[in-house]
Design a protein around this ligand. Structure first.
Ligand code: HEC
Length: 158
């Protein structure tokens, strides 16, 4: 390759980086007033979770969550959100995975989902119970099975 072509590569890369950062910001700014108010409310709470009593695998998943979910907004947003049921978390993790520049693999998405379902079952138990009570019997059974699966973890590993 001709050397003058190579000289342009870093310039193009930084232009691309600037462009994608701009796109992420633009997406934050175009939130409708209702969503904006909701995310502001979510962000008022703490930005960390005490995972000292959680199983080793869940602690490892917490690190993935911390790394991947604080790229575009603060970690307070998911930590203090009103989402607690497995279906809510699978919907939101997927929604975040589809955002441009999120860079979350299917494997990382699964780990984050597992962490959020476990954490909700423990830390937001009252919210989980309240939401379960509002479901139909069929939906409730399905959600409870998903929570149980996460709480049971991988057999043999703690
Ligand atoms: C690529 C940027 C990006 C990444 C990475 C990202 N988010 Fe978000 N997130 C957003 C934007 C933009 C919003 C604004 C509301 C929306 O679009 O849903 C948001 C909103 C949220 C909300 C509030 C949604 C609502 O409408 O009530 C939650 C909860 C959330 N994110 C959780 C997460 C989790 C969990 C992760 C990690 C899996 C994550 N985010 C990673 C960009 C991102």
């Amino acid at each position: 390759m001709h050397s003058s072509t190579n000289k342009h590569v870093p310039w193009i890369l930084s232009a691309l980086l600037l462009l994608s950062a701009g796109l992420l910001r633009a997406e934050e700014e175009k939130l409708d007033p209702e969503t904006k108010a909701r995310v502001e409310r979510f962000e008022k709470g703490p930005s960390t979770i005490d995972v000292s009593a959680y199983p080793v695998l869940i602690k490892a998943n917490y690190e993935v969550f911390r790394e991947k979910c604080a790229l575009c907004h603060k970690l307070n947003r998911p930590i203090n959100s009103d989402y607690a049921l497995p279906d809510e978390w699978s919907r939101y993790v997927k929604r975040m995975m589809f955002k441009p520049g999120s860079n979350i693999s299917a494997g990382a998405g699964k780990k984050i989902y597992t962490f959020l379902v476990y954490d909700s079952a423990v830390r937001k138990k009252a919210m989980v119970d309240e939401k379960l009570a509002k479901l139909t019997a069929e939906e409730r059974t399905a959600e409870e099975a998903k929570i149980k699966e996460v709480l049971a973890g991988e057999p043999g590993k703690k």
